[in-house]
Write a protein that binds this ligand. Structure first.
Ligand SMILES: *Cc1c(COP(=O)(O)O)cnc(C)c1O
Length: 223
């Protein structure tokens, strides 16, 4: 069941550090989401384009929808009308497709580049070399309707807090390096999206500016 006390505690801590909270509503029933909205929370995260399209119809229009999952290029068109920040851009092809659809919708979409920091093979994202090559090419500068606002990463699924901390520190170091090298005069490159239910406290220590928290607010996912 939804835990508003936990929400308020987390929100208070994040507010004091100017960190944004994305409440991850994937696979949560509408009643829980509405309850959180009525408690004052308006930033939600989903990992399926279709889910945002559907939930958008049943929920208030002033919700800020964030996309946090692997995005296939053929789904971009369903997402773009509703989304304000895409955390999980993991290829140039995807960035170009988002730009194309954003242009059609007369919007600019904020994007984060997802970096692969975990040991698991299955997590998506650029590695360090790939992201540097991408930025070196400079092609992103010609994409008028997307803005690269920072980086996102997911730590390894492990109980070893030192490992999680090391992975977050590595990403923060890369963030600082990229900012210096490519975005020095660009104040929009400022977001570091790290931290989930089990590791958000470590992420806060390591420089997170956006955390993505689901189960410790909403309770276990239901479908
Ligand atoms: C599901 C998900 C979350 C939230 O996970 P919790 O453990 O429920 O907090 C955060 N980020 C991404 C990318 C996710 O897919």
């Amino acid at each position: 069941m939804i835990n508003i006390e936990n929400y308020l505690k987390i929100k208070h801590k994040l507010d004091s550090k100017n960190i944004k909270l994305v409440a991850v509503s994937k696979k949560q029933p509408l009643e829980r989401i509405k309850y959180l909205y009525d408690s004052g929370h308006k930033i939600l995260g989903e990992n399926q384009a279709q889910a945002i399209r559907e939930k958008h119809k049943d929920l208030p229009a002033d919700i800020e929808w964030h996309f946090i999952g692997h995005l296939q290029t053929n789904k971009v068109k369903y997402l773009v009308p509703f989304v304000s920040l895409i955390h999980s851009v993991d290829s140039k092809k995807l960035l170009k497709e988002i730009n194309k659809e954003a242009l059609k919708n007369h919007k600019t979409i904020d994007c984060l580049l997802q970096i692969h920091i975990a040991q698991e093979e299955t997590k998506y994202g650029f590695n360090e070399e790939e992201v540097k090559n991408e930025l070196d090419s400079g092609e992103y500068k010609s994409l008028s309707n997307v803005k690269i606002c920072g980086l996102m990463g997911m730590a390894t699924f492990t109980d070893d807090n030192n490992q999680i901390r090391n992975e977050f520190q590595g990403l923060k170091r890369l963030f600082d390096e990229l900012k210096q090298a490519y975005f020095r005069s660009d104040s929009t490159f400022k977001e570091l999206s790290i931290g989930m239910s089990d590791d958000y406290e470590i992420a806060i220590d390591e420089g997170s500016t956006i955390v993505r928290i689901g189960t410790i607010i909403f309770g276990p996912r239901t479908f």
